[in-house]
Design a protein around this ligand. Structure first.
Ligand SMILES: O=C(O)CCC(=O)C(=O)O
Ligand SMILES: [Fe+2]
Length: 294
C-alpha cells in the first residue's frame, strides 16, 4: 500500500505546540491521549543522534532492505543520547509530561526501519490491563501512569516514511476500541468485529491521526494510547529514539539483576545527572515470571 495520499488532518483542537505552550500540550495529552511539541531538540543534536542510532543498531549497514531493528537499552550504548539531558528545553518538557520535577530513567529505545519495512500492528504499550504478576520486562516497566511515548522521529514522521499514527481519545480507561472494531482479549490490540482476534494492521481505522513531524519534534502519547507505524516506503532509513521517564521514587521492583552494560552506564553517566539513574533498573528482555499468560 502507498500512503502518500494521506494528508495532515485538521482536528477540532490543536495538537501541535511550541516550547512555550507545554501546559496546553499536557492538557491535550490528558484530553486526547497525544500531542506534538515542535523543535525540542536542536538540529546539530538531531544529526548526532541519527549517526548514533545507525552506529549502535546497524554498525555495518548489514540489516538489509525491508528490515527493522529495535534496541531496548539504547542509552546504555549511546553517550550521544546523554547529551539530550543537558539541553534544558528537553528536560523541562519531560518534567511537564511526566508531571514530576524529579525523574528517573524508566526505559529507552531506538528503532531503525529500513526502506521497505512493514507496518506495525496496532497496539497499546500499557501492560496494566491485567493485574496478574508480571511475566516479562514490559509488564514491569509499563504499568505506571507516565507516558508510554516520548519519541523523537529523528528523520521525521510521515505516512510514507514509517511515521507514527495514534488513535485519538484511545487513552481512557474504559475505551472499547474504534467503531467497527473490538479489543483483543488481552486489550493489547483490536481487530474488526467478528474477525479472528489478531491485532489489526492497516490504516482504515476510525479516529486514526497520522503524525507529520520534523526531526527535532517530540511526539508524546499517554500510557494507554493505541498506536501503529506506517511502512517505510521512501528510499531513506527511518530512525527514532526516546527516553521514557518515571517520577523518581515510584517503585518498580524489577526482578532481574542489573546487567553489566547497565552497571557500566550508571558508572559513566555524568555526575550531575546521576540522580536520574539512582533507581534505574535496566531491562532484561529474556526475564520471565512464573504466572500463566492471560
Ligand atoms: O516503530 C514505531 O514507530 C513505533 C514503535 C512502537 O510502537 C513500539 O516499539 O512499541
Ligand atoms: Fe508501541
Amino acid at each position: 500500500m502507498d500512503y502518500s495520499h494521506i494528508q495532515k488532518p485538521e482536528l477540532g483542537y490543536p495538537y501541535e505546540f511550541n516550547l512555550d505552550e507545554l501546559d496546553a500540550a499536557q492538557a491535550c495529552v490528558e484530553a486526547h491521549g497525544f500531542a506534538v511539541v515542535k523543535n525540542v531538540l536542536p538540529a546539530a543534536l538531531v544529526e548526532e543522534l541519527q549517526e548514533s542510532v545507525k552506529a549502535v543498531l546497524d554498525p555495518d549497514g548489514a540489516l538489509g532492505e525491508g528490515n527493522s531493528f529495535t534496541h531496548t537499552s539504547f542509552i546504555e550504548h549511546s553517550p550521544t543520547m546523554w547529551k539530550m539531558f543537558d539541553h534544558e528545553p528537553f528536560f523541562r518538557t519531560q518534567q511537564v509530561f511526566c508531571q514530576a520535577q524529579e525523574l528517573t530513567i524508566n526505559r529507552t529505545a531506538a528503532i531503525l526501519r529500513n526502506p521497505g519495512s512493514e507496518p506495525l500492528r496496532w497496539h497499546s504499550d500499557w501492560r496494566g490491563f491485567s493485574r496478574r504478576p508480571p511475566n516479562d520486562s514490559g509488564d514491569v516497566l509499563n504499568r505506571g501512569p507516565w507516558p508510554s511515548g516520548l519519541w523523537f522521529y529523528i528523520t521525521g514522521s510521515h505516512p510514507t516514511h514509517g511515521g507514527l499514527a495514534v488513535i485519538e481519545d484511545s487513552h481512557v480507561e474504559d475505551w472499547e476500541g474504534p467503531e467497527g472494531f473490538q479489543l483483543t482479549p488481552d486489550r493489547g490490540s483490536f481487530h474488526p468485529v467478528g474477525a479472528e482476534p489478531h491485532g489489526h494492521i492497516g490504516f482504515d481505522v476510525p479516529g486514526l491521526v497520522p503524525l507529520f513531524t520534523d526531526p527535532g519534534d517530540e511526539i508524546i502519547f499517554a500510557a494507554r494510547t493505541y498506536h501503529s507505524a506506517f511502512p517505510n516506503r521512501v528510499d531513506r532509513v527511518r530512525l527514532s529514539c526516546g527516553v521514557g521517564f518515571r517520577p523518581r521514587g515510584y517503585p518498580v521492583n524489577a526482578p532481574w539483576p542489573l546487567s553489566e552494560t547497565a552497571q557500566a552506564f550508571i558508572k559513566s553517566f555524568p555526575e550531575h545527572l546521576k540522580p536520574m539513574v539512582e533507581d534505574y533498573v535496566g531491562i532484561d528482555n529474556s526475564w520471565r515470571g512464573d504466572s500463566p499468560m492471560g
